[in-house]
Design a protein around this ligand. Structure first.
Ligand SMILES: [Zn+2]
Ligand SMILES: [Zn+2]
Length: 372
């Protein structure tokens, strides 16, 4: 499905009809669906093809149970692949949630460590479930139903910014293709461009939530997408998406869909054309730069330099300790004020301030009523 720019307007009209009909039924011919979940400020992508599933990232802590229930709603009982693009909390938390719920064939994660609770929960989930986990080689390819995906990064080590460790992939089904780069920044994007791999893609999931430190001209021109999907939180404090990224899309006439304006975005492909659950909004408005923190989430040469195991943004988002009530018999986590706590027998009741992630990694699940 390659780029008929002259027909963009006609296509946009056709798409809105396609979008309407997809509300009624999923097109019978669709073989691969790419869901970019609305996880606010974070990223989570589900790829399904012929009963095979891959989860790429899972959003932040507050979205973990949403991601798990979204997967359950798709009828998923197991995952073929789970990719943890890198270990920042806005990508990794929901991965841990999913690994604790769904049997998983193969986990891919990059070769660095992080000194965060969620990273340790990730490691303990892998250990307790005896999951296969490895850093995939750049260039390697894996099959997922009718689709396949190729690993594009990271090809380097010792990055001063952990975002550059992001595992980038290109998914292909027939003549259609999708590119996802996680939070890879300019340095890693340049390596992706030098790797002599096919980059040209119909759909580009914007790197690092539309930050100006990603989506370089070089990458964008190599990918040459017809559509971009942006995953970011409305009114996020980073000012994502940044104006320079939005201007690049506009100047290349790339149609835009965004989770902060449109919710979860689903692209369906039969291998020759792509249909959407919503039409592109083509709203290129950047985030409010006044909301940017004094110290951005991920600037190259920041305090993480020379020590990739420390991630300032992750440690900042670790919440103050919360008290939970556990039912050691049903393995549920509750807030102290949940009505089930009153009915719980004393012998099954346990009070704890352990982190939610750590409890989940021990096999506990959050109560569906109080939603801890
Ligand atoms: Zn991120
Ligand atoms: Zn990141």
């Amino acid at each position: 499905m390659k780029k008929k720019r002259a027909y963009n307007r006609f296509l946009a009209y056709g798409l809105s009809i396609a979008a309407f009909s997809s509300l009624l039924t999923i097109p019978a011919a669709a073989q691969t669906n790419v869901h970019v979940l609305d996880v606010g400020q974070g990223l989570s992508v589900l790829v399904e093809s012929q009963g095979h599933y891959m989860l790429y990232d899972g959003g932040d802590r507050t979205k973990s149970s949403y991601v798990v229930s979204y997967l359950r709603d798709q009828g998923i009982v197991s995952l073929d692949y789970v990719i943890a693009s890198h270990y920042d909390t806005d990508h990794l938390n929901g991965v841990v949630g999913a690994l604790n719920v769904f049997p998983t064939g193969q986990v891919f994660s990059p070769d660095y460590t992080a000194d965060t609770r969620v990273y340790h929960s990730f490691l303990s989930a892998i250990k307790s479930k005896k999951l296969k986990n490895k850093q995939p080689a750049v260039g390697s390819q894996y099959r997922l139903g009718d689709a396949s995906f190729q690993i594009l990064s990271p090809s380097g080590t010792g990055y001063s910014d952990v975002n550059n460790y992001s595992i980038a992939i290109r998914i292909q089904d027939g003549d259609t293709s999708f590119l996802i780069t996680g939070d890879a920044e300019a340095e890693s994007e340049a390596e992706v461009c030098r790797a002599d791999l096919e980059l040209d893609s119909d759909v580009y999931v914007m790197g690092h939530h539309g930050s100006g430190s990603s989506t370089t001209w070089e990458l964008l021109q190599n990918v040459n997408p017809e559509y971009a999907i942006l995953s970011c939180g409305a009114g996020n404090s980073y000012g994502h998406p940044h104006a320079e990224s939005m201007e690049k899309l506009q100047s290349m006439d790339i149609q835009l869909l965004r989770t902060d304006k449109q919710g979860t975005i689903i692209a369906s492909t039969d291998g020759s054309s792509i249909t959407w659950n919503v039409s592109p909004c083509n709203d290129y408005t950047p985030g409010d730069p006044d909301d940017k923190p004094a110290k951005p989430q991920t600037s190259a040469g920041s305090s993480t330099k020379g020590n990739p195991s420390v991630n300032a943004s992750s440690s900042r988002s670790v919440p103050a300790s919360t008290t939970y009530i556990l039912n050691t018999s049903t393995k549920k986590i509750h807030y102290p004020n949940c009505k089930s706590v009153k009915q719980m027998s004393e012998k099954n009741k346990k009070t704890t301030t352990e982190s939610r992630e750590s409890l989940i990694s021990q096999g506990y699940t959050p109560c569906g009523n109080c939603n801890p």
